[in-house]
Write a protein that binds this ligand. Structure first.
Ligand code: KIV
Length: 277
């Protein structure tokens, strides 16, 4: 069952800072994130009360119609970060580092992060486990807030053999746990957990000192993220079971996003019973 939030839920919100996100996390309040790629949807999501807008490289699939995120370039990411920042007033904006923009070296990652931060991102996100810790430390030491990304890392789709659930065996779960702690120790301020068993995500979330943001990782992550066109029912084809179409039962897109925020905060979304793994 979805709730019916008030229309002006976000009228007086101050700009979200990392400090504010840490306060919310410390208080146990669930954090909300959605992807955004343009000014119009950024404004709508911000006004609906979403705390974080992720300019995800998923734009390669949902905007450009590609079959993976691999072809997305840094210039394309910067273009969409600028658009989102132009529409947004208060949400925290995260720019995804695309494939090939940070893997080579920490210095290369810093150069790429500079492009996204100068386009207006307040944090960058990069995919990968233990091998990214040196880069995460390098960036955070230099004033770049970093969101790590573990579990299914879509930029590695060809190496992983498809969009598969990660961390299913005890050994794989232990590796995820070890990488999550190494990344938090290296200074990551937040971590996306994508497509992993909810039991694994729950256990690691409880042991970490930073928030985890789940997508297909169960209700016990510190917050949730969804790909905007997925939760608006615009994506065609088979969607993962954890995705919910929030437009169903809503009278507008604004209301659908407000319901997402309310449902995440109240732990009504995601439904672990639908998680399926
Ligand atoms: O690119 C993206 O949209 C993402 C989310 C799926 C977390 O990384």
């Amino acid at each position: 069952m979805s709730s019916h939030p008030t229309p002006d839920a976000n009228a007086t919100r101050k700009p979200i800072t990392l400090h504010r996100l840490r306060e919310l996390y410390a208080s146990g309040e669930k954090l909300t994130m959605l992807t955004a790629y343009d000014a119009t949807f950024a404004r709508v999501a911000d006004e609906a009360g979403v705390e974080m807008l992720l300019v995800g490289d998923s734009l390669g699939m949902v905007l450009q119609g590609r079959s993976s995120t691999v072809p997305v370039t840094l210039d394309e990411m910067a273009y969409h970060v600028r658009a989102v920042v132009a529409g947004n007033k208060t949400a925290w904006v995260i720019g995804d580092m695309p494939f090939g923009s940070y893997q080579q070296s920490p210095a290369r990652a810093m150069a790429s992060a500079t492009v996204l931060m100068q386009a207006g991102a307040q944090m960058v996100k990069l995919e990968g486990g233990g091998w990214t810790t040196e880069t995460v430390r390098f960036l955070t030491d230099r004033g770049v807030p970093v969101c790590a990304h573990l579990g299914l890392t879509p930029q590695s789709v060809h190496a992983l053999g498809g969009y598969r659930i990660q961390g299913k065996t005890d050994e794989a779960a232990a590796t995820l746990r070890q990488h999550a702690h190494a990344l938090a120790d290296a200074g990551a301020a937040m971590m996306v957990f994508e497509l992993m068993p909810s039991t694994v995500a729950t256990e690691i979330t409880r042991s970490l000192p930073i928030p985890t943001i789940g997508i297909g990782a169960g209700v016990d992550c510190s917050g949730q993220v969804l790909v905007l066109p997925d939760m608006l029912g615009l994506t065609r084809g088979k969607l993962p079971r954890f995705v919910k179409n929030f437009v169903q039962g809503a009278t507008s897109i604004d209301e659908a996003i407000k319901t997402y925020v309310a449902d995440v905060k109240a732990k009504r979304f995601p439904d672990n019973a639908l998680h399926g793994y």
